[in-house]
Design a protein. Structure first.
Length: 748
């Protein structure tokens, strides 16, 4: 009897091939709540995109039945492109975007239910602060004592928690703005509605409010979205959490991907508890751990894993890799920041000689001030570098002015934009005229542009101001009439030219003017990529990430927070010292929770490295113009001995296990050493934090009397004329009378 051939094993769809077992389980676990704990470098993005494609390819959902949420526009674009490569153009029908863009899309359809019109303006940070300043002035609050920017931070944190003004209790408000901040918050919200505007916090808060108040609207979206996919779940705040939970109540098919060990944004509202509570919030949830790392060497993973294991608030993962062992993490003790920059520069030059590209090297600092010495050293060595996190294109002065003109064309009720450009360039509309417009607008409850139209027909203003106002009103009416007949780019160019803004910079003779004109040209080119001016302005309001492309031959300098999601062959981690990292502010404000977030930040830094990681710490650090003695960060003591290689200058520290493969503890004491000749000031020893020997502050021991001769590094020589506590009034020889802190001057 002839044997029958065995049936062929079912062929996997091409998009599933190449996935490891855990990744495939995460992709195919379609029904019910799923938490994918994706360790650093374990292929999180691949799992997300493949899962989305699988839902469509397997027929589980139509494109519009899927809601996929990311935190950045860059991540959303990358996901869309990857899914398109698998399933084609149908991905365009998926609701895929950032929290803010998706909430904006929902609010545009239901704006009236939250007191707005569908064409509401989205205010950026600068306009939010300007509006709050107006509210503070109306409430009689001193902006110098209670700065608008600081109060706005508090208001936005309340919005991150979906707290409306009436939900703010006395204990929550404290004595901010004399205890009146909830009232100010309410007035600010009312002013936003008058302007038909929303800020970033409103986009989520209004949508949560909409879903909670309008059961039919919520049910509509629950029926539509059969599957929810969420990226970076560990970074969600309370409002985002509530929004997701409301949508997920319909079918419970929510898949959240995240890593509690990379939750580093608590300072801006992220709640690590959201991911830690997932199994409680969604009973019966499956937890799938992605633990095979495709990025780093075993030594780097061992160092990072041993470090993060010291945290209590975590679900736990064990990262592993099939990569070759690689070099141990090198831990180097140096004398000071300049020595640190020199050592790093030498190491980079050595790597360069071995053929490594500068584009594969990054320096990740805890605080921005640390970059200066590296920049100076790289200039000296002729090494190309870039500092990530500089001013973005849409935040530049000339671009913001141009956008303000275009916002008024599209949204005549936008008072903040109108006020910004009403006399830019100067057209004879002074502060008195603007105040008159504000008075009329408030009295009649109308926008500034409407008030300007009304007052231009009277004799309230001086003739010159009246003519200027009338001309501007006519310009906006003409541009608005043009908007349906010309392209968005042509309209923008016309507005810039006819308003006089282009010629304003053409006539400017400063060195910055040519660059500003180029930026205006680039702005018009960017507008040309959109179907309408309104869609472009919405895009600008929602852009949250830098669009820089990494040059191949530039070292990247950035903060640890900015490095999340990036990877490089070689990572330098300077400044691992007590009093700097962990950052004392995090410890002071949040205690152990702050310490654990700082440790997660160290973990993120280490896991950015593919092949090499260098940790440095200095015996002396100049912070706020004061020299401090420093001890190695406690995080260095938490690194495993068999995964690190320790190097130090002779005599820098004792009893720290130098040459023995690790530190016996983070509290090792430095031996004293005289200051080097290049120090411009004598080193000042700061008081030590009891029990740890950590320099955290410095106070002036010397006292001064009227008539004393002193020297200040910025203002030079002078004579003390008056004393008020720790403040001195000094008459300087070349700078005149100044009030300075006594800790910044020395006796002459």
């Amino acid at each position: 009897m002839t044997s029958q051939p065995l049936p062929a094993a079912p062929q996997l769809p091409p998009y599933l091939t190449g996935l490891n077992d855990a990744q495939r389980r995460a992709v195919e676990a379609v029904e019910g709540p799923v938490l994918v704990l994706a360790g650093a470098g374990t292929g999180k993005t691949r799992v997300l995109t493949t899962r989305l494609a699988h839902l469509l390819a397997a027929g589980a959902a139509r494109p519009w039945n899927i809601l996929a949420v990311t935190f950045t526009n860059k991540a959303a674009r990358e996901m869309r492109e990857r899914v398109a490569n698998i399933i084609g153009p149908s991905v365009e029908q998926v609701w895929l975007g950032t929290f803010h863009s998706l909430c904006t899309r929902i609010l545009r359809k239901h704006a009236e239910l939250v007191g707005l019109k569908s064409n509401f303006t989205i205010l950026d940070t600068d306009d939010q602060v300007r509006l709050l300043k107006q509210v503070l002035e109306a409430e009689g609050i001193d902006d110098k004592r209670w700065p608008a920017r600081a109060l706005m931070t508090v208001i936005q944190r309340w919005k991150d928690r979906a707290l409306l003004p009436e939900k703010i209790g006395a204990a929550e408000a404290g004595d901010l703005a004399g205890g009146k901040l909830p009232t100010i918050y309410a007035a600010y919200q009312q002013r936003l509605k008058t302007l038909n505007a929303a800020d970033f916090g409103d986009l989520l808060m209004h949508t949560v409010q909409l879903f909670q108040a309008e059961a039919e609207v919520l049910a509509q979206y629950q029926r539509q979205f059969r599957y929810l996919l969420v990226d970076e779940y560990q970074d969600t705040n309370v409002a985002q959490y509530l929004w997701l939970r409301l949508l997920a109540q319909g079918r419970h098919n929510i898949c959240c991907v995240g890593d509690e060990d990379q939750s580093i944004y608590g300072w801006r509202g992220a709640e690590i508890g959201n991911i830690l509570r997932f199994e409680t919030d969604f009973p019966g949830a499956r937890v799938i751990r992605l633990e095979q790392n495709y990025r780093s060497t075993p030594a780097i993973l061992a160092a990072a894993s041993h470090l993060i294991a010291h945290n209590r608030d975590r679900l736990g993962k064990t990262l592993w890799t099939e990569a070759e062992a690689g070099d141990n993490v090198k831990v180097t003790a140096v004398w000071d920041g300049e020595d640190e920059a020199r050592r790093v520069g030498e190491e980079i030059e050595a790597l360069q000689r071995k053929g490594l590209s500068l584009g594969e090297i990054a320096i990740l600092v805890r605080a921005g001030f640390q970059t200066r010495e590296f920049e100076e050293r790289f200039i000296t060595l002729g090494l190309n570098y870039r500092v990530i996190g500089g001013q973005r294109f849409y935040e530049r002065l000339e671009v913001r002015d141009a956008l303000a003109y275009l916002r008024v064309v599209i949204q005549p009720d936008d008072d903040l934009a109108f006020e910004r450009i009403v006399n830019t360039p100067k057209r004879g509309i002074g502060l008195t005229t603007v105040q008159t417009l504000h008075k009329l607008a408030r009295g009649r409850g109308m926008p500034l542009l409407a008030a300007a139209s009304a007052i231009a027909a009277t004799d309230e203003l001086k003739p010159a101001a009246r003519r200027a106002i009338s001309s501007l009103i006519e310009d906006f009416a003409r541009w608005r009439a043009m908007s349906d007949g010309v392209s968005a780019a042509d309209l923008a160019q016309t507005v810039l030219d006819e308003s006089g803004y282009t010629s304003f910079w053409q006539q400017d003779k400063s060195a910055e003017a040519p660059g500003r004109l180029e930026n205006l040209k680039e702005l018009v080119r960017a507008i040309g990529e959109f179907e309408s001016l309104a869609s472009f302005l919405e895009h600008v309001a929602l852009v949250t990430d830098t669009e820089d492309v990494s040059p191949d031959q530039q070292i990247s300098l950035m903060t640890l927070h900015a490095a999340k999601g990036l990877e490089f062959d070689t990572i330098f981690l300077p400044g691992w010292e007590e009093g700097l990292f962990p950052h004392p502010r995090a410890l002071d404000e949040s205690g152990n929770a702050g310490l654990e977030e700082e440790r997660r930040l160290a973990y993120v830094g280490l896991t950015r490295a593919r092949r090499r990681a260098f940790v440095t710490h200095a015996a002396n650090r100049r912070i706020h113009n004061m020299w401090q003695s420093s001890l190695p960060s406690r995080f260095i003591g938490e690194l495993p001995k068999d995964a690190i290689e320790v190097e130090a200058e002779s005599g820098l520290f004792g009893g720290a296990g130098v040459g023995g493969g690790g530190f016996s503890g983070w509290g090792s004491a430095y031996e004293s050493r005289p200051p080097t000749p290049w120090m411009s000031q004598p080193r000042r020893q700061a008081p030590l934090l009891e029990g740890h020997g950590v320099a955290i502050s410095s106070k002036r021991a010397a006292s001064f009397e009227a008539g004393a001769r002193v020297f200040h590094q910025k203002f030079g020589y002078g004579t003390v004329r008056a004393i008020d506590g720790d403040k001195l009034e000094i008459e300087f020889e070349h700078s005149g009378m100044k009030k300075v802190m006594d800790s910044f001057v020395d006796r002459a």
